[in-house]
Design a protein around this ligand. Structure first.
Ligand SMILES: Cc1ncc(C[n+]2csc(CCOP(=O)(O)OP(=O)(O)O)c2C)c(N)n1
Ligand SMILES: [Mg+2]
Length: 128
């Protein structure tokens, strides 16, 4: 969608807030962003999990408290390095671990035309 928005409105910056699990579904869009030099800033909200599916599992009333069921929806082993993936597709990228770093990198990305990706490491989501 970010690629489409950037092509439709070439003189407007596009910001794509994208979660980690579903980022993997259409990750090659990064290459299109690089090839077409689209002005898109992608922020990966990286919680190292298919968190919504963990929540849905709880809501259907299962007792999925074992390590094996927890690991089904866990994306932390191995940790996905979206900054390296983006760089491999030709998109400059950084990884941040604090809100301050995110603000700094976000400003820097918006200040430069062309695609950028920020991999924002969030605390790993767990049902608690
Ligand atoms: C193409 C496709 N495959 C699978 C799904 C099923 N699905 C819905 S949400 C989800 C996980 C989302 O995880 P993530 O993108 O990390 O978001 P989070 O809930 O962690 O913020 C999956 C696999 C889907 N919606 N579309
Ligand atoms: Mg996630």
């Amino acid at each position: 969608m970010a690629v489409g928005a950037a092509i439709a409105a070439p003189h407007r910056p596009v910001i794509a807030l994208q979660s980690d699990g579903s980022a993997a579904y259409t990750i090659s869009a990064l290459w299109t962003m690089a090839r077409e030099q689209l002005d898109v800033t992608v922020v990966i909200l990286n919680n190292h999990a298919y968190a919504i599916l963990q929540l849905e599992l709880l809501r259907v009333g299962t007792h999925a408290e074992g390590d094996r069921s927890r690991s089904l929806l866990d994306l932390s082993r191995p940790d996905i390095d979206f900054a390296s993936i983006a760089q491999g597709f030709g998109v400059p990228a950084t990884r941040v671990g604090t809100a301050e770093e995110l603000a700094e990198q976000f400003r820097a990305a918006l200040a430069k035309p062309g695609p950028h990706l920020i991999d924002a490491a969030l605390p790993t989501w767990s049902p608690g």
